[in-house]
Design a protein around this ligand. Structure first.
Ligand code: GRF
Length: 208
């Protein structure tokens, strides 16, 4: 399968996905990186690996960015099967959601629907989890719809919150699990092991 990864930041999830494709764990290839800005760790990594980079969306600060229509046309031209958001902070345009039904995934660093939505990104999520007194948190992987963090949940993993945790310590513990969970889910996606229950909930079938 052909994969497009979207990033805005450091790109550690992108890196673990790319490595899992190279070592054959994921039966897929990252064919393009879409970044919300040229200057980010994810884009640096793509340049280092010789992967094509597109910038989306176009803004004053990113004049080389492309339009939603060009984004869709380019992904179609590259025959992209799945779109994987990996720390991509901008909203996905409705054109892309309609062009790729049930084919766009996001990873969020809390157990959705808790601590999701527009204001909950980056370290803010972990700060809010600690402030709430929640004893458990962890990554959620979900299909993407027109809103932030509301699409169908596909996979989650529980991570303990320790009494003395700083947001940074908790973020690091969650991020380690993000890497392995995302690779596990993308492996299933590329092997067509996602089935949709009648009520619209997606389930991962285990390998026979
Ligand atoms: C991750 O915590 C992810 O859940 C969130 O943004 C962060 C991205 O980290 N959506 P990285 O860029 O993959 O290192």
């Amino acid at each position: 399968k052909k994969l497009a990864v979207f990033v805005s930041g450091g790109g550690s999830n992108f890196r673990s996905i790319h490595e899992a494709c190279l070592n054959g764990l994921i039966l897929g290839d990252v064919v393009v990186l879409v970044a919300s800005k040229q200057g980010c760790g994810g884009a640096d990594y793509a340049r280092e690996k010789g992967l094509p980079i597109m910038v989306f969306p176009k803004t004053k600060l990113e004049p080389d960015g492309i339009s939603p229509a060009d984004l869709v046309a380019t992904l179609r031209g590259l025959e992209v099967d799945f779109v994987l958001l990996a720390g991509y902070l901008k909203l996905i345009p409705v054109e892309l959601i309609q062009a790729y039904p049930r084919s766009i995934l996001n990873i969020h660093p809390s157990l959705l629907p808790a601590f999701g939505g527009k204001g909950h990104y980056g370290m803010k999520v972990h700060k809010a989890v600690i402030a709430s007194g929640a004893r458990y948190t962890g990554p959620t992987i979900h299909f993407v719809d027109e809103h932030y963090d509301t699409g169908r949940i596909l996979a989650q993993r529980v991570v303990p919150v320790l009494a003395k945790d700083t947001a940074e310590e908790l973020a690091a513990r969650v991020l380690r699990e993000e890497h392995s969970l995302y690779v596990e889910v993308i492996t299933a996606l590329c092997e067509e092991r996602i089935v949709w229950r009648e009520d619209g909930v997606p389930i991962i079938r285990s390998k026979e």
